[in-house]
Ligand binder design. Structure first.
Ligand code: ADP
Ligand code: MG
Length: 693
């Protein structure tokens, strides 16, 4: 057995090259060969045949004729019988023996051999006819015409046969080619199917219109969900029916959006056959419907459960680390503060004979330490996004412009602050004090990153529904490791005493609580850019109502119901209030307060803590109180607002803890005198949050 060579394997395809079809259009030409040693005879024949229009070729001898017949084709041969050398018989015999010419009709021309014996010999030598000389032109013409016609018909038949054969060949070739293509296609399909099967990915195509019925789902769906693909295709609602109820709206929204955006991507929990939820990541693109066909969504889906749980673990680990850092940091800072407080109190208690100036210095030190403690908790609250925000609609450009002098003072002369503010107003609904604090934190960081001076550029733009404030410096920049951690509380690269690690935590907390985003871009030696993205506001500008510390402290003699669960705070506040001249009744929780309200005893104002044990918050206490006594004045106070319960625009005014006598006094007077500014127009979210209490 011979082995096929690799080359022949490659070119084995059957008659791969298509052949040109045989020519059917060029008219068939007949040529007539006249063989005569006598030129006059030949000429006579030519003259006789000329008008037929065929090509006439003459040869002077049998040898010459045979030579010509080797290469050329003739319809008829007119052959003189009597020639010197090879005579007509001999020539005819040779013509007949050659395959090429065996069937070419020969007409003998003879003048001498007219007897029957010669004529018989002539026919046996292969003649089809014998014409006697001198030739009658009419007879020769008609004989040649008959033979040429026959030739032409035969040629035509041959041509047709060749064409038929060509058609058959061509058909066979195309069939073979098609079979080969089909085989290749089947192989490709089988290969693709194998790949699809082995990949942990589900391919889908589905309708672009709700309920987005799947038209195709690859079999691999069974490996992930435990259900066969047919289930999804046969029951259009099956896929969505097992999406986690909490995720369903989001998924529908994402997939519906594809009709507009051309693509979608979402992740959701899906209830698998084993009763467990798995996280599926689903992405798709819209295929344009061609030729009036409806548009379709092609998608891929994969199991993202493992990735999710890893991400969760990582987030948990990070949270633990952050909590560790936080507690460590808070403890460290508070210990320092408490050292100052306790040390000085101890001295005040023991050294009773110290002079007044010294004692005042100690009290000042205690106050300062306590104030730093208060600032610290504010920053912590800012990070945990539980601070009480007082958002108003402000023009960020105006705020930055007004605040720039303070920033310039903070960064010093070596650093230039370059304002690149957009021309239009950039209104945002934010707490202006917090925004200023954030800007200050960013500016101070920029200064620290530029020990030899440089430029801080503050650039503002409006981007559709949002405004962007960028603070960029030309400083040392950050490594990716530092950049990833800058928002963590107490994360600092600065030496002890220089950095608290809380600046960017405040920025982050404030922006997130304001429903915005903060982005950072930085590389070592390339400077740093912080981008604060805040939702734009269309509400009219409001004047900033800052709680400035009043100079004159005014009290009153109205009746106040004070509710506070912390006994020391209660005692202190009671001191403050009675010191201001008010008549105070106290309660340590909502139930006690309500009991008092039911006694019917008159009061002018309810002053209550928000967060209290016993399940009833200050907010709901205030609401019940208002129901019992419409028109009752209410002031809430809180160290922080419960998670999600940002009562920024709530129905009751609020005083932040810790508060000082002056602030409390002013707030009470304004309320009691009916001067407290009207409640801000609540945003729906804030109302929801407050109502959820
Ligand atoms: P602190 O300034 O007290 O260290 P921050 O939260 O403000 O705390 O910043 C945390 C860390 O982020 C800084 O210690 C510093 O490493 C890095 N950082 C912040 N801003 C910049 C900046 N503009 N350029 C370089 N590094 C910065
Ligand atoms: Mg800082």
């Amino acid at each position: 057995m011979t082995r096929a060579s690799p080359a022949s394997l490659l070119t084995r395809s059957w008659r791969a090259e298509p052949q040109a079809p045989p020519d059917l259009d060029t008219p068939i030409k007949a040529r007539v060969l006249i063989v005569d040693d006598d030129e006059r005879n030949a000429f006579a024949a030519v003259q006789a045949l000329e008008e037929l229009g065929h090509e006439l070729v003459t040869a002077k001898s049998g040898e010459e004729a045979l030579r010509m017949l080797l290469t050329e084709e003739f319809a008829v041969i007119l052959l003189d019988l009597h020639m010197p050398g090879m005579d007509g018989y001999e020539t005819a015999a040779l013509i007949r023996t050659r395959k090429r010419t065996a069937r070419t009709p020969i007409v003998f021309l003879t003048a001498i051999f007219r007897d029957e014996a010669h004529v018989f010999q002539a026919y046996s030598a292969g003649a089809v006819d014998v014409v006697f000389k001198p030739v009658d032109p009419f007879i020769l013409k008609s004989k040649v015409t008959v033979l040429v016609d026959l030739y032409m018909k035969t040629e035509e038949v041959k041509r047709q046969a060749a064409y038929q054969q060509w058609l058959l060949d061509e058909h066979a070739r195309l069939q073979a080619e098609k079979a080969q293509t089909e085989r290749a296609l089947r192989r490709t399909e089988a290969r693709q199917e194998a790949i699809l099967q082995s990949l942990p990915i589900v391919f889908t195509s589905r309708s672009i219109d709700p309920p987005f019925a799947p038209q195709f789902v690859s079999e691999s769906v069974k490996d992930i969900t435990g259900f066969p693909a047919s289930r999804f295709v046969d029951e259009p609602e099956f896929g969505s029916s097992r999406i986690h109820p909490e995720d369903l709206d989001r998924v529908i929204e994402a997939v519906s959006g594809a009709a507009r955006t051309g693509r979608y991507a979402c992740e959701f929990r899906w209830l698998c056959a084993d009763g467990q939820y798995r996280v599926l990541s689903d992405q798709g693109v819209v295929a344009p419907g061609e030729g009036g066909e409806p548009r379709e969504i092609f998608g891929v889906m994969l199991d993202a459960t493992d990735r999710h749980s890893l991400e969760e673990q990582l987030a948990q680990a990070r949270k633990m680390e952050a909590v560790g850092q936080l507690t460590g940091g808070v403890a460290h800072d508070f210990n320092n503060l408490l050292t100052v407080v306790l040390g000085n109190i101890d001295m005040l208690g023991r050294k009773k004979d110290e002079d007044e100036a010294r004692r005042m210095r100690r009290i000042d030190a205690i106050r300062q330490a306590a104030e730093r403690g208060r600032d610290l908790t504010r920053q912590l609250l800012a990070f945990s996004r539980r601070q009480h925000l007082s958002p108003v609609t402000v023009d960020a450009n105006a705020l930055i412009r007004d605040f720039a002098p303070l920033m310039r003072q903070a960064v010093g002369e070596a650093v230039t602050i370059d304002l690149q503010l957009s021309d239009e107003q950039l209104c945002a609904h934010v707490d202006p004090t917090q925004l200023e604090t954030a800007l200050l934190n960013l500016a101070v960081n920029a200064r620290d990153a530029m020990p030899d001076g440089g430029t801080v550029t503050i650039h503002t733009t409006r981007e559709g529904e949002r405004i962007a404030i960028e603070v960029r410096d030309t400083g040392v920049g950050m490594s990716p490791e530092v950049r990833d951690r800058v928002f963590e509380p107490f994360f600092t690269t600065k030496e002890v005493g220089k950095g608290s690690g809380l600046g960017l935590s405040q920025v982050y907390g404030f922006v997130r609580q304001s429903e915005g985003e903060v982005h950072v871009e930085s590389a070592p030696g390339k400077g740093t850019s912080f981008q604060l993205i805040l939702p734009a506001s269309t509400a009219p500008l409001e004047p900033m109502a800052a709680d400035v510390r009043p100079k004159v402290i005014r009290g009153g003699d109205e009746r106040i119901l004070l509710v506070e669960d912390d006994p020391t705070v209660l005692a202190l506040t009671l001191d403050m209030l009675t010191g201001l001249g008010y008549q105070v009744h106290t309660a340590t929780n909502a139930a006690e307060a309500l009991e008092f309200l039911h006694t019917g005893e008159e009061i002018d104002l309810l002053f209550t803590d928000v967060v209290m044990p016993g399940g009833v918050s200050g907010v709901s206490l205030a609401r019940t109180a208002r129901e019992l006594r419409p028109g009752l004045k209410v002031l809430l106070t809180s160290g922080f607002v419960g998670e999600g319960a940002v009562i920024e625009n709530a129905e009751f005014p609020l005083l932040d803890k810790p508060y000082e006598t002056a602030l409390l006094a002013a707030k009470l007077r304004r309320l009691l005198d009916g001067e407290e500014p009207p409640k801000r127009k609540g945003r729906p979210k804030a109302e929801r949050a407050a109502a959820a209490e």
